[in-house]
Design a protein around this ligand. Structure first.
Ligand SMILES: [Zn+2]
Length: 395
């Protein structure tokens, strides 16, 4: 659960599969600062399944520590990492500066785990591969990426080593999925390595748009803003797709919808290109773009935080641990007319996992708090805070 990292040792080779960040609880988070468990210059190739930071977010630290090899992934994963990793480097630098300014780090001069420059250094290490294509890695080792249906570019990894097969499932999507084509099933394997992030949940058979409609109507009726912290890749696009469809059909008021995250904006443009991995029609892609105003600058984002009328704002990050979402949380978390809708997985120990504190006492379908469960999101929690949120302003 977060910090996805595996190491294959065979025929004298060392091949890491994924290189993710540990997220959430402090003791887990602290593991990012521990030296990589093997000498990094003894590994020559990383296989990367997924753009999300729990799979890719340690790559800049690996390169900083001396890794000189290549990173094999799909084309869309490389495209999305070009957005996600530099953003992560930038946030890490900002957090270190903020900690130094406020003096809350135990270190006198707190240093980021990695910098924007380290993150950019990853970008020319990518070897892009098509799905379902055999990739020879030498020394009788071959691999291929198989569509996982989770989000754009995510692949299961099938690794063949000296006649034995090891299959890494990665994060899997489910069927029906609003954006992605279904997960490709795979044949026999000698060893199966499965992710545990979603492994203990069954997906409910509910219609996300039917569940969103009454929530949107209620918020708009009282003149509030719906703020949705969201993963910038995959989740933000699914949310916009559903909301765009509801507004176009007239199932809910047509209010301004803002996508307030430069990374999510760029990721949406990547979704908009023809991609074999997703099944969103051209019309739906265009509707997504037509309906959402894209917020790219700090100035625009600050202006947005002063709005007091029915509005929907989708912003990153989803857990929500940092980035563009912190300022709007501080602004909209204070007004009872507004609602914060937490969408999807939040690792234990993150800000989002702690909200709301005691669900049964504050869940009520009329008084601003509601627990709903919507595919493709594992589960969503909508809550309107009755008191200011403990959020640090970073802009
Ligand atoms: Zn993922």
């Amino acid at each position: 659960m977060t910090g996805s990292r595996y190491l294959i040792e065979a025929t004298g080779r060392r091949i890491p599969v994924d290189c993710g960040l540990f997220q959430g609880f402090k003791q887990l988070h602290a593991r990012n600062r521990k030296p990589f468990p093997v000498r990094v210059n003894t590994a020559d190739t990383v296989l990367l399944k997924d753009t999300h930071l729990d799979h890719s977010g340690y790559l800049p630290a690996l390169i900083r520590a001396g890794f000189r090899g290549r990173v094999h992934c799909t084309e869309a994963t490389a495209d999305l990492c070009r957005l996600i990793l530099p953003d992560s480097g930038h946030i890490k630098e900002e957090e270190a500066r903020y900690a130094a300014r406020k003096g809350y780090s135990k270190h006198k001069n707190p240093k980021p785990l990695y910098t924007l420059k380290d993150a950019k250094a990853v970008l020319d290490r990518f070897e892009m591969n098509a799905f379902d294509q055999g990739i020879e890695l030498g020394d009788s080792i071959a691999t291929s990426f198989i569509p996982a249906g989770h989000h754009l570019g995510v692949g299961q990894i099938r690794l063949e080593v000296g006649g034995r097969v090891v299959h890494f499932s990665g994060d899997l999507g489910h069927d029906p999925e609003s954006l992605m084509r279904p997960t490709t099933t795979f044949g026999g394997t000698d060893v199966l390595v499965s992710e545990s992030t979603y492994g203990n949940r069954s997906h409910p058979e509910t219609d996300p748009e039917a569940e969103l409609t009454p929530i949107l109507k209620r918020i708009f009726a009282r003149g509030g803003t719906l703020l949705i912290p969201s993963f910038a890749v995959g989740r933000a696009q699914a949310l916009m797709l559903h909301i765009a469809r509801l507004m176009e059909r007239g199932d809910t008021l047509h209010v301004p919808l803002f996508l307030s995250s430069p990374v999510a904006v760029d990721a949406t443009e990547i979704f908009h290109r023809p991609h074999a991995g997703h099944h969103v029609s051209r019309e739906d892609c265009e509707a997504m773009f037509r309906i959402a105003a894209r917020v790219n600058t700090v100035g625009q984002s600050k202006e947005l935080n002063t709005l007091r009328r029915p509005t929907v704002i989708v912003s990153a990050s989803g857990m929500p641990t940092g980035g563009c979402i912190l300022c709007p949380l501080a602004s909209f978390g204070r007004d009872r007319r507004d609602t914060i809708l937490l969408s999807g997985f939040r690792a234990g120990g993150t800000r989002g996992a702690a909200w709301p504190p005691v669900p049964p006492t504050i869940i009520s379908s009329v008084s601003n708090v509601r627990l709903i469960s919507i595919p493709p999101v594992s589960w969503w929690r909508a809550c309107c805070r009755k008191r200011p949120l403990p959020v640090q302003r970073m802009c």
